[in-house]
Design a protein around this ligand. Structure first.
Ligand SMILES: [Mg+2]
Length: 194
């Protein structure tokens, strides 16, 4: 009797992976700087008290989530996993206080990743996949704990420099780092063929 091979699945984070949340937030916060505030810190934590209220206003603007700009590096990985044979699903956190963002995330995916399944969740670690692509270490840590055979691909970002893990592979996009792409490709192929 032949065994049917289970489809292998990749979960793609949106903000910071497929779309430029940080760039949009910095652009809009810069427009709201107060007299005496020279510029934003290079690594923006939207939860620090100085910026939290303004970040909340920005996140509640109609169309803000829908108009986030796609990131080439995310789409390069999206194409790569498809080419290898993985199935893709979007796995993104739904902000509790902004239900409109949930709707706009669905619309964003329809516009930029037509046909892909969209999973908007509060706890990413509860989602089963073979590979998680995510830029945020706390989500990666929790997901890896729950998925002892899982693999993480982490797009290289200023806010995730502090974290590494045996089963997490950093992806520096851009032509200057083709070695990262080759490594990521090799680990994904090995995972697919397991
Ligand atoms: Mg993210």
């Amino acid at each position: 009797m032949s065994k049917t091979k289970k489809k292998k699945l990749v979960a793609h984070d949106l903000d910071g992976c497929m779309c430029d949340w940080d760039g949009a937030m910095k652009r809009d916060l810069t427009a709201m700087l107060l007299p005496g505030e020279a510029s934003l810190p290079p690594i923006l934590d939207p939860n620090v008290p100085e910026y939290r209220d303004r970040c909340e206003i920005i996140k509640g603007r109609p169309g803000w989530w829908l108009n986030l700009v796609p990131l080439a590096s995310g789409f390069k990985l999206y194409e790569l996993v498809k080419e290898i044979g993985f199935k893709s699903q979007v796995l993104t956190k739904g902000p509790r206080r902004f239900p409109m963002a949930w709707a706009e995330k669905v619309q964003w995916c329809a516009a930029h990743m037509p046909g892909v399944g969209v999973n908007i969740v509060m706890n990413k670690e509860l989602f089963n996949a073979d590979v998680l692509i995510d830029d945020f270490p706390p989500y990666n840590m929790k997901w890896l704990d729950r998925h002892p055979n899982g693999l993480v691909i982490m797009p290289d970002r200023p806010w995730n420099q502090w974290w590494n893990h045996q089963r997490a592979f950093r992806y520096r996009d851009g032509v200057e780092e083709p070695a990262d792409f080759q490594l990521v490709k090799a680990v994904l192929e090995a995972k697919f063929n397991e």
